[in-house]
Ligand binder design. Structure first.
Ligand code: GBH
Length: 452
């Protein structure tokens, strides 16, 4: 295998989105408030006071968006289901109109041969559950399993595989430790129960989904961690960070135990929230697939001041940066995938890249076109790195780029554009960018190559 042109025949191509980032229609058809509706209303929480109230209006324009996906020739579409559309107050009976929307979407996808890959939780917790403690409360995990059952009951006959959680690390750290995302709490290390309760929710929901014959995945944001130098203090800080960022969310699923967080002063029971039997539930019979969201590596140095966290983030120098300022390191994806295989061995299930992409400041091109060459370079580089990992024996089954559309980029509002398709947020007009044509041609060439 030389590069992205040699990926295996059955490799799946997709795009990803998430409910609050694209749907809009926040007050329609009985949807209840989520923590993001509350968070965006706080002055200063989101750049320029942007909100997801209208977003890409995907709730009403899903048919046009499915047509755009069909134009790409996709195998799969990863989207998320808004829990507050299904259970407006986070518990109790289902809201049929909410289920109807996802049924329309799933049927529209299947009608054009695109496999739906729904994520059950992409950060939009019903506000009523947050009022009861959110993911700090163990009860939320049980509510999550009930919600999963309601959705699987309606859509399970058409959905072969589910993703339970999107990036539980980011939700814990940005949402509960640093307050950058909803629910805007600043608990620092006291946010750790949020990790355990999401993982417990995964385990409980996975059992419900498996009973119905479905496959179960999770999408973790993983990052290779680079020590800033070979000094023992930097190497130790990097190991501590790796335990918190990567292994906290993958070891319990694949190995049935939490990593050692003693560098953070954390006991093995994560401050008392881990009960007997929880780890067995979380690991269950194993994942059917591991979703990996990869954006960039992380460089870590020893802390500069004593008493705080046992690491300091250090800049990665000498590489290009995205419009967001994130470093572009395609080989980090190969390093990450090979590292997962080396660490977990036979316990590692097949991998799907469930997100990878970058924000680009689009350039207007001739005749109303939108040029985004840096995105094409980013995707090409990462797909070559993925192919290199496959050539080294890592079992990677698919690649879903983030994102189909420019959308509500959380605390950055509409400023950062990640789409293959440009969205004018005033008119809701969609314009496929140069990267859309590039991705379509890449997928098309893959099919032609394997047609014989
Ligand atoms: C994902 O989060 C989300 O799942 C998705 O909703 C979101 O829109 C998308 O990615 C794009 O942001 O160390 O400064 O170089 C990504 C989480 C957290 C990944 C910050 C990159 C480090 C940037 N990200 N991170 S930096």
């Amino acid at each position: 295998m030389r590069d992205r042109r040699d990926l295996p025949k059955d490799f799946s191509w997709g795009v990803s989105t998430a409910a609050y980032q694209v749907e809009g229609a926040v007050g329609e058809d009985g949807r209840g408030p989520s923590i993001w509706d509350e968070f965006v209303a706080r002055p200063g929480a989101v750049r320029d006071g942007h909100t997801g109230e209208f977003a890409c209006d995907h709730y009403h324009r899903y048919a046009e968006d499915v047509a755009l996906m069909r134009g790409l020739g996709l195998d799969g579409y990863r989207f998320s289901i808004a829990w507050p559309r299904i259970q407006p107050a986070g518990s109790g009976p289902a809201n049929p109109a909410g289920l109807d929307f996802y049924e329309r979407l799933v049927d529209a996808l299947l009608a054009v041969g695109i496999t739906p890959l729904p994520t059950l939780f992409h950060w939009d917790l019903p506000q009523a559950l947050e009022d009861g403690g959110g993911w700090l409360a163990r009860d939320t995990a049980y509510r999550f399993a009930e919600y999963a059952e309601i959705v699987a009951e309606r859509l399970g006959d058409r959905v072969p595989a589910w993703i339970t959680f999107n990036e539980p690390f980011v939700h814990m750290v940005y949402g509960y430790a640093l307050g950058i995302h909803a629910p805007g709490r600043t608990l620092m290390l006291d946010a750790l129960p949020v990790a355990h309760h999401q993982l417990l929710g995964h385990g409980l929901a996975a059992a419900v989904l498996r009973e119905r014959g479905a496959q179960v995945m999770i999408a973790n944001n993983l990052s290779p961690v680079w020590p800033a130098s070979q000094e023992p203090a930097d190497v130790a800080a990097a190991a501590a960070y790796d335990a918190l960022h990567n292994r906290l969310f993958t070891d319990p699923l694949l190995l049935g135990r939490y990593p050692d967080l003693s560098a953070y002063g954390v006991a093995p029971d994560l401050g008392g929230c881990v009960r007997p039997g929880d780890l067995e539930l979380i690991a269950g019979p194993g994942l059917d697939g591991l979703g990996v969201n990869y954006y960039n590596p992380t460089r870590i140095a020893a802390p500069t001041e004593p008493g705080g966290l046992p690491f300091a983030e250090a800049a990665i120098e000498g590489v290009p940066r995205t419009a967001f300022g994130w470093p572009v390191v395609p080989d980090g994806l190969r390093e990450l995938l090979v590292g997962l295989r080396d660490r977990y061995g036979d316990a590692l299930p097949p991998i799907t890249i469930t997100e990878n992409g970058c924000s680009v400041a689009d350039e207007p091109g001739p005749g109303g076109t939108v040029l985004d060459q840096p995105r094409i370079d980013y995707l090409a580089g990462h797909l070559d790195a993925l192919a290199a990992a496959v050539a080294e024996g890592v079992d990677v089954r698919g690649y879903f780029t983030w994102s189909l559309l420019d959308n509500f980029e959380w605390a950055e509002g509409y400023e950062q554009r990640f789409g293959l398709v440009h969205v004018d947020f005033t008119t809701q007009r969609r314009t496929p960018k140069a990267s859309y044509a590039w991705y379509r041609d890449l997928i098309g060439a893959h099919r032609v190559r394997h047609a014989r």
